[in-house]
Ligand binder design. Structure first.
Ligand SMILES: NC(=O)c1ccc[n+]([C@@H]2O[C@H](COP(=O)([O-])OP(=O)(O)OC[C@H]3O[C@@H](n4cnc5c(N)ncnc54)[C@H](OP(=O)(O)O)[C@@H]3O)[C@@H](O)[C@H]2O)c1
Length: 326
């Protein structure tokens, strides 16, 4: 089978298509024939050697959300699972024709979704739902979603909308992305490349601040976010796609006006509150199944062209999720 690996950190060209044995499923594992693989901002940062939290041991193949068919089951699993179409969240060695994963890391693909859309139901959609939960967003509250046309962002926007947030405010870096955010339900869409973007939002809110801010972009936005929060407002910081190596700091003076600032990490949630992770997955599947939340595929790129898929993510022109197809 083919597998895409990199042997050194660097630009997208370090991604190489190599040959490997089809992996064998161990006890409790399934072997999945891959239909689509989601490409994350975190994969791109790791490939560049710039991820804010962790870098892989080289040579590396990204872990990613995968959709495919169960081709074989490992010892201890019923043969009846063969043929099921599943989403695997964060499969290891995922840029490949086949992956193995523990059965408990799979869920059925919701009816009516393409393989590419199904990948969004993996960790990406779960992160989106959990950051909305972490912000304790209530119906009628205003919410600001930064980078709202991104893979996580476009799901968080829709989940917030479905939960009755109002107004839903999106930021994005191009007119096309802001139109996309509006098409998904954003009431207000702002260019956060403009220096007075917080002022534009305050003006649209009649002078008020924002109740909940979801920030996966980070860097300098953090300070503007805290200033823009309404008293008792909540900021959830969950990623640094804008500046992975920046380490912005806050003083207690920034949060004195009853501003709540927290981070979100899927790894921490899974370790400490697997119950919340599980209920989140159930609610995400319901929301996608009912059609209130619609995953969007920005582009399908052949697996052998993984470097191009990374280029697309880095070019910041995509609306929704970029996927690889074997
Ligand atoms: N905490 C967790 O457990 C967890 C789990 C998964 C992902 N994440 C984080 O979630 C964030 C979003 O991931 P994603 O896969 O949704 O990424 P994505 O699809 O690439 O979206 C990220 C968005 O960030 C914006 N952005 C601003 N500056 C950028 C820059 N210099 N380079 C690239 N994008 C930039 C882009 O929007 P504009 O072009 O409109 O500015 C882009 O649409 C990432 O920071 C990722 O690490 C966190």
């Amino acid at each position: 089978m083919r597998i895409v690996r990199y042997h050194a950190f660097g630009p997208a060209e370090v991604l190489r298509v190599e040959k490997a044995e089809v992996p064998r499923p161990g006890p409790g594992d399934v072997l999945v024939r891959v239909e689509a693989v989601g490409v994350d901002q975190a994969d791109v940062q790791r490939r560049r050697g710039e991820h804010p939290v962790s870098l892989p041991v080289l040579p590396a193949c990204p872990s990613a959300d995968v959709v495919g068919y169960v081709e074989e089951v490992g010892p201890g699993l019923p043969a009846a699972r063969v043929g099921e179409r599943v989403v695997v969240w964060k499969a290891r060695n995922a840029y490949a024709d086949y992956v193995t994963a523990p059965l408990h890391r799979t869920v059925p693909v919701p009816a009516g979704l393409s393989a590419g859309q199904g990948t969004v139901v993996g960790s990406t959609g779960r992160v989106a739902l959990q950051v909305v939960d972490t912000g304790r967003l209530r119906a009628g509250e205003s919410v600001l979603v930064h980078g709202a046309a991104g893979a996580v962002g476009h799901m968080a926007l829709q989940i917030a909308k479905a939960r009755g947030a109002h107004p839903v405010i999106a930021t994005a870096g191009s007119p096309q992305k802001r139109d996309f955010a509006r098409s998904l339900g954003a009431d207000i869409a702002v260019d956060y490349g403009e220096t007075d973007w917080p002022g534009q939002i305050r003006e649209a809110l009649g002078g008020r601040g924002v109740d909940v801010i979801l920030d996966g972009v980070g860097g300098d936005l953090l300070h503007s976010d805290v200033r823009l929060l309404e008293p008792y407002g909540r900021l959830v910081f969950y990623g640094a796609s804008g500046s992975p190596t920046a380490r912005p700091t806050l003083s207690f003076l920034d949060v004195l006006g009853m501003k709540y600032v927290t981070g979100f990490s899927m790894a921490t949630l899974l370790e400490h509150r697997p119950d919340l992770a599980e209920s989140g997955t159930r609610r995400l599947l319901e929301a996608v199944g009912s059609g209130s939340v619609r995953p969007v595929v920005a582009a399908e790129v052949p697996l052998a062209d993984a470097a191009h898929a990374h280029d697309l993510v880095e070019a910041r022109t995509s609306c929704g999720r970029v996927v690889l197809v074997p």
